[in-house]
Design a protein around this ligand. Structure first.
Ligand code: F6P
Length: 546
């Protein structure tokens, strides 16, 4: 079944939410906490190793119930069934959206065009396992008989961000292989990334779903030319492997048939880390850990597919985000992990969230008359506290923020972890409560500050607070919990796309830039600048003047 067409802003629930917003827009979370001692009990979900506390939001029970009505009126339950069943929900590209099948157990029954795809998925997983075991164990060798020491992943977008984020996040679980990522077509970046590598012991993984992406093909050719400075053409087979749906193009590039790890068009690029695009992850942390990552994601899939919507983490987080985006007019959301390991999570989710839901045409083909995709940004705490938190605390913009923290550190350094986590708890409390004039006055009294100076400083020292946050407190950063966390945000994207009545799994906006870049490259190559707007013509001529 295709996703149904709805205009969310025309639903009864939306109208009710609009009225309810008028009551809630000036509500004080502090008062809401004071008037209900069970607030946190009501507004948290505990699931597996996750505690999700969403009580520090500008919501009441009525808000949640109206948001749930909106989900119902938007047909969310049926949409979730279509998503997992492999229906063609990516209608503009005529494809199913089945990254969830990649982490399903082998006995699952997931059909594309009436064929169960699990056997194919597991055959590729077996091939990945054998290859990874051989490379990590040293039995798979380079052209001079030496074991591999370095892996270079060449890809862009989902073929880079996913593996790069997971390898960084699971660094603690890494083996001896050094891993690098080349994505940008910037030649300086490529040359920097190749510096210091030994061609005899370097393995290149070329990851491209389409194998037509300019950046990836250019970088792969440059890497091959670098390799051929010392090795021979026949040695390429031992050092270059590819992940792609486009077997013909990979073969034309000169990669051996045996070195191709296939994927399928029903895996979106930005959701592909669970497919063979995760080969570099499996090389870096071992196939068993990669499999645990998939298992954690599958557990979140089951939670999302079966938990009642008021106890369903992705659904609740998606609805809260809609509350701020569509009613409070929030322009962005921040994501702050209190672990350095997750430093690439926000950039990774920027593609997932903004490429998926950055759409302004509804599923009915008409322009939407409400806000869609949120802007997402963030950096690890505590670094972010010393960088941009000032604006979240005292700026004019409302920035709902997700805080992600872990109960146990990985290296067991209690002193550091307690300091880190005290900041984690302190920030959400400070964002909730702010600092009242009375508290500022008490501070002045303690400091002996009075008179004109105190009067002058007082307004700057008052924090209004009332800034919404979600707290995700997770037991420990493991492959499983990381898998669950990433899947959580994937499903949040899905829920929002369903309710906003947009197609979350295409990306035509990116295609336009690609086409234009190709025609401008022709003009640069020939020196023949065609008709553009005057600004582009001026800049191109300056560039060609070099
Ligand atoms: O950015 C557009 C996009 O199509 C992404 O969706 C994708 O992850 C990326 O380009 C790379 O595409 P490919 O894996 O086909 O090289």
């Amino acid at each position: 079944m295709a996703l149904q067409n709805i205009n969310p802003s025309g639903t009864a629930a939306w109208q009710e939410l609009q009225r309810h917003f008028n009551e809630m827009q000036n509500a004080s979370m502090k008062d809401l906490f004071a008037s209900d001692k069970d607030r946190t009990e009501k507004f948290n979900i505990q699931w597996n190793d996750f505690i999700v506390d969403y009580s520090k939001n500008i919501i009441s029970e009525k808000t949640l119930s109206l948001l749930q009505d909106l989900a119902k009126q938007a047909g969310l339950a049926g949409a979730i069934e279509s998503y997992f069943a492999g229906d063609i929900i990516n209608r503009t590209e005529g494809r199913a959206v089945l990254h969830t099948a990649l982490r399903a157990p082998s006995n699952a029954n997931v059909k594309v065009d009436d064929v169960n795809v699990m056997a194919e998925i597991y055959s590729v997983k077996n091939k990945m396992k054998q290859f990874c075991d051989a490379v990590i164990g040293g039995s798979q060798k380079g052209y001079t008989g030496k074991a591999f020491t370095d892996v270079v992943n060449i890809g862009i977008g989902g073929s880079d961000l996913g593996p790069a984020m997971v390898v960084e996040s699971l660094k603690f679980y890494k083996n001896q292989l050094n891993v690098r990522f080349i994505s940008n077509v910037d030649g300086d970046h490529v040359m920097e990334s190749l510096k210091g590598l030994d061609p005899e012991t370097t393995l290149f993984v070329i990851a491209s779903k389409t194998f037509t992406t300019q950046e990836t093909l250019t970088n792969a050719e440059t890497a091959r030319a670098w390799f051929l400075k010392t090795a021979k053409q026949e040695d390429v087979a031992k050092h270059f492997v590819a992940v792609s749906t486009n077997i013909q193009k990979v073969t034309e590039f000169g990669i051996d048939q045996n070195n191709i790890f296939p994927m399928w068009d029903w895996v979106g690029g930005r959701f592909s880390l669970w497919s063979a695009v995760g080969l570099t992850i499996a090389l870096a942390v071992g196939f068993d850990n990669f499999d645990k990552l998939l298992k954690g994601a599958n557990e979140m899939d089951n939670h999302f597919a079966t938990a009642p919507h008021d106890k369903n983490i992705p659904v609740v987080l998606a609805l809260l985000s809609i509350w701020y985006n569509n009613f409070f007019g929030a322009e962005s959301e921040a994501l702050i992990p209190y672990t350095q390991y997750l430093q690439k999570l926000a950039p990774y989710l920027q593609q997932g969230i903004m490429e998926s839901n950055g759409k302004s045409v509804g599923r009915d083909g008409n322009d939407v008359n409400y806000q869609t995709g949120t802007i997402i940004w963030g950096e690890p705490g505590t670094n972010s506290q010393h960088a941009f938190f000032q604006l979240i605390h005292q700026g004019t913009k409302l920035i709902p923020t997700d805080f992600i923290g872990y109960i146990q550190p990985l290296h067991g350094n209690k002193d550091h972890h307690d300091k880190l986590m005290s900041n984690f708890f302190a920030q959400t409390e400070a964002l909730l409560n702010g600092k009242t004039e009375a508290q500022v006055q008490a501070e002045f009294d303690r400091q002996g500050l009075a008179g004109d100076k105190a009067d002058y400083l007082r307004p700057f020292k008052v924090f209004k607070g009332n800034k919404p946050t979600n707290t995700l407190l997770i037991k420990k950063l493991t492959p499983e919990t990381l898998g669950s966390l990433v899947a959580l945000y994937e499903h949040k994207i899905f829920v929002q796309g369903v309710i906003w009545n947009i197609f979350s799994y295409d990306q035509w906006g990116v295609e336009l830039g690609k086409q234009l870049a190709n025609s401008i490259l022709d003009e640069i190559n020939t020196g023949d600048v065609k008709a553009h707007d005057s600004s582009t013509t001026f800049l191109l001529k300056k560039f060609l003047g070099r």
